[in-house]
Design a protein around this ligand. Structure first.
Ligand code: ZN
Ligand code: ZN
Length: 414
């Protein structure tokens, strides 16, 4: 039975009324959905123009209305989402492999998914609303709560660790001219499934990260992976101390900071020792870099989404997240088997490396011990010779006496 939302979407949806007199084949909308996500950045305008050209060559009138096609496509994507969630009861933003005990979440911003301030589009509210990408009002309320405890410093200087500077690492950030949205911060688990995202109307700041940190805590994640976790963690602790009305101390007490492995190489040595995830107990072979992979795909949507209206862009990217997650889910069994075999290989390799390293350390220690013993025996020998040498020294007449005797001899000669 269709649920209330689906029935209202089909029967009473205001946008269906607009397109009621135009018919679109569901096969065509399905094909367009696959095409726009398989080849992100494909222009909807060009797709419709291509269809029109086919109509012309077949001696038909090219009558497809691009705006109506866009609306129908959005409605189709949303209807699929409702069918999946409300009829099939699926959770499209959760990972089956993580289950109820997710281990690690990685947060990273994507600055290529910006949107021009001048971009216009069909003024239709977002259909996906808070699914996938957090609702703007909800996020602003969260930021207001944080700002009540931690007043924004107004500076947008980049944090640095060692010789490297990090764009992401900022307590606060500033608006960018000509841009309505500057990007999106995504988070994904260690299997590469996207769980949540937050839109940025300014550059990436610790407030965006804290929102996703809060989300990760609610989902019971254990490790919080971030490229600049060494700088972010004190900020989160500070908010926990100052925000007395809310229990924000849990964020840093119940979760473990994890410096992403490859980004961690650019941090200072002590930072790598404190936060580096390679040897953390229970971290297994987590790299804390999975959102880099999702970002490489999501960035490709930027060439089209930068020209869309805000709701259209949100719906397009939310559906892109769903499409990505469904692809991940389909390949999960194969991927997990691959991970398992890699983990077994790693375990054998690490054991061998450890044995080799142990042997090297043992040989080095033996060599050092031998050298120390040799030095000790030489020192002992020298110590043994001391009384004899002292005796010899005592037998030697003092130079002063020698000089006096010489003077006496010389004076006698005169
Ligand atoms: Zn997972
Ligand atoms: Zn650091």
């Amino acid at each position: 039975m269709p649920t209330k939302r689906i029935t209202s979407c089909l029967a009473g949806g205001q946008h269906w009324q607009k397109i009621a007199l135009t018919f679109f084949s569901s096969e065509l909308l399905q094909m367009w959905r696959h095409l726009k996500h398989q080849a992100p950045g494909t222009s909807e305008r060009k797709f419709v123009e291509t269809l029109s050209e086919i109509s012309k060559t077949s001696n038909r009138c090219a009558t497809i209305d691009r705006k109506l096609f866009g609306l129908a496509s959005r409605q189709y994507d949303h209807l699929l989402y409702l069918l999946n969630t409300e009829i099939n009861g699926r959770e499209l933003f959760k990972c089956l492999a993580c289950g109820t005990c997710p281990l690690a979440i990685h947060v990273d911003g994507n600055m290529k998914l910006y949107r021009w301030l001048s971009a216009l589009g069909v003024d239709v509210p977002s259909l996906f609303a808070d699914a996938g990408i957090v609702d703007t009002i909800k996020f602003l309320n969260f930021v207001a709560k944080i700002n009540a405890a931690k007043i924004p410093c107004g500076s947008s200087s980049k944090d640095s660790c060692g010789s490297a500077k990090y764009k992401a690492g900022k307590e606060d950030s500033s608006h960018k001219k000509a841009l309505a949205e500057t990007g999106i911060v995504f988070c994904s688990c260690r299997h590469g499934v996207l769980w949540r995202a937050v839109d940025m109307d300014k550059g990436e700041s610790y407030r965006h990260i804290l929102y996703l940190h809060d989300f990760a805590l609610q989902q019971k994640f254990n490790f919080f992976c971030y490229d600049v976790v060494c700088k972010y963690w004190p900020f989160a602790k500070d908010v926990g101390r100052k925000l007395e009305t809310e229990d924000f101390q849990k964020h840093t007490k119940e979760m473990i900071p994890f410096l992403s492995r490859f980004h961690g190489k650019t941090h200072t040595m002590f930072c790598q020792l404190l936060y580096g995830g390679h040897w953390m107990t229970g971290a297994a072979s987590t790299t804390g870099e999975t959102t880099e992979q999702t970002n490489s795909k999501m960035s490709r949507y930027g060439s089209t989404t930068k020209h869309m209206s805000n709701p259209n862009r949100r719906d397009h990217l939310t559906d892109a997240m769903i499409y990505w997650n469904q692809g991940k889910e389909c390949g999960m069994a194969k991927q997990l088997a691959k991970f398992y075999n890699a983990a077994l290989d790693d375990s054998v390799r690490y054991d061998k490396e450890f044995e080799k390293q142990k042997q090297t350390w043992l040989e080095e220690t033996k060599r050092q011990l031998h050298e120390a013993r040799e030095k000790l025996s030489k020192a002992q020998q020298a110590m043994d010779e001391i009384p004899y040498k002292l005796k010899k020294l005592l037998q030697i007449k003092s130079p002063a006496k020698k000089l006096r005797d010489f003077a006496v001899v010389q004076s006698n000669k005169l």
